[in-house]
Design a protein around this ligand. Structure first.
Ligand code: FAD
Length: 383
């Protein structure tokens, strides 16, 4: 058994750490969030490091990296902010999903546009009335010969309004007796006629932004169907599995950076003639938090390792997502208490972490849904 990273993985970790220090330290990530911008230097930086091609197979023009490598990058970027992790891993997840099911033309497009960093993908599953119960989605795509005619409404599509972005959109192509049947995946050009896109005002996650889409008789060419028609549920599950595992690295990195910040503060801030970190009430809470972060990191590495081996890891991915996101929320809450009034100032990075942590137990599947999945794997049907 080996809990360490290989030499190559350690080099990757160091170069990702160096990238965060140079390009996106937390103070800058906070500023970008406040200005609601996705700066060009961030995307250019990922591209210059060759990261957009990294996880695709070598025979398809990629570098053959795997899930473990992506969670290492996710963790380092999470030290800047979880939103920074999203700006890289979040746009790769739909691309990796599409690649798995893509036609040869679609694979060529991924090689030319996605691996080079020229283009990105966003994913649209959720709708105004449909979140956790994703299979109940209602947006319809009707076969009209060489294209589909799409009508409906999508919500919370992260990054959907960014330039050079195609939306991987799940639609209903058939009314079936079982809601999971009859779904399909289409690649939507958001500039198409009949598509309206609106950026949603949110508490955080302002780099890519979250968007609402209204589709009225929008045309999507047949060549933009990914995988077999009506097999969208299976494709969506593979997207969600990737999302749970890979993004968990981001929760771990964000939680660790939050703890590191409060620890540094607790070692220098004095009260009653001693550093506040020496008060057992705070020291024990921080010790517990480090243990939780380590547990989240180990769960993430296990799930990533299983994914890289091609093993099913729905349960392990749910555990990593649940533990990682809940630990980030707990870390930010404790950080606010340790830094007290200084955390409460919106000038502090801690207040930014507090604001952005809250949504991590909601987006990508809520904590309750992860617990349901874990319980189901234990033979309990939880509702
Ligand atoms: C910042 C952000 C980014 C997002 N990005 C995307 C994106 O890029 N693409 C996309 O498609 N979606 C995206 N989403 C949507 C996200 O996936 C949903 O918000 C999430 O799945 C929960 O759905 P909901 O918000 O509709 O809550 P609901 O499903 O309405 O849930 C409400 C509450 O009921 C609970 N609940 C529901 N069902 C059960 C159950 N069976 N057992 C126990 N409790 C239950 C939930 O846990 C929650 O507490 C994003 C959301 C946010 C906030």
């Amino acid at each position: 058994m080996d809990f360490g990273l290989t030499d190559e993985q350690e080099m990757l970790r160091k170069s990702a750490r160096d990238f965060v220090n140079r390009v996106c330290p937390p103070e800058r990530a906070k500023e970008w969030d406040e200005r609601e911008i996705l700066p060009a230097e961030l995307l250019r930086g990922y591209s210059d490091l060759g990261w957009f091609a990294m996880p695709f197979p070598t025979e398809a023009g990629g570098d053959g990296g795997g899930a473990v490598e992506l969670t290492i990058i996710a963790e380092e970027l999470g030290r800047a902010s979880f939103d920074v992790t999203m700006s890289f891993i979040g746009v790769l997840i739909p691309a990796l999903t599409v690649f798995r099911w893509a036609s040869s033309e679609q694979k060529q497009w991924i090689r030319d546009e996605i691996m080079t960093g020229r283009h990105r993908l966003a994913v649209a599953i959720s709708e105004p009335d449909v979140g956790s119960d994703a299979a109940a989605l209602r947006t319809t795509a009707v076969d009209a010969g060489d294209h589909y005619v799409v009508n409906g409404h999508k919500m919370w599509c992260t990054g959907g309004s960014q330039p050079d972005t195609t939306i991987a959109m799940y639609v209903r192509t058939q009314q079936a007796s079982r809601k999971h049947d009859g779904l399909s995946l289409l690649l939507l050009d958001p500039a198409s006629e009949g598509v309206q896109i609106r950026r949603m005002p949110t508490l955080a996650r302002h780099l890519l932004g979250t968007t609402e889409l209204t589709l009225v008789d929008a045309k999507v060419p047949k060549g933009r169907l990914v995988g077999p028609e009506n097999r969208g549920w299976e494709i969506m599950l593979s997207n969600l599995e990737l999302e749970k595992v890979l993004l968990s690295g981001g929760y771990v990195g964000a939680a660790q950076a939050t703890l590191d910040d409060m620890l540094a503060y607790a070692k220098t801030r004095q009260a009653f003639g001693r550093p506040i970190g020496e008060f057992q009430a705070l020291a024990h809470d921080m010790a517990d938090l480090q243990m939780d972060i380590d547990a989240a990191r180990l769960l993430t590495r296990r799930a990533a390792w299983m994914l890289a081996q091609g093993q099913p890891c729905n349960r392990e991915g749910a555990m990593a997502k649940l533990k990682g996101s809940e630990t980030y929320v707990a870390a930010a809450r404790l950080g606010m208490q340790v830094m007290a009034s200084h955390g409460f100032s919106t000038e502090s990075v801690m207040s930014f972490r507090y604001r952005e942590s809250i949504v991590t137990t909601i987006s990508g599947g809520t904590s309750q849904i992860q617990r349901n999945a874990i319980a189901r794997s234990m033979g309990i049907r939880a509702y």
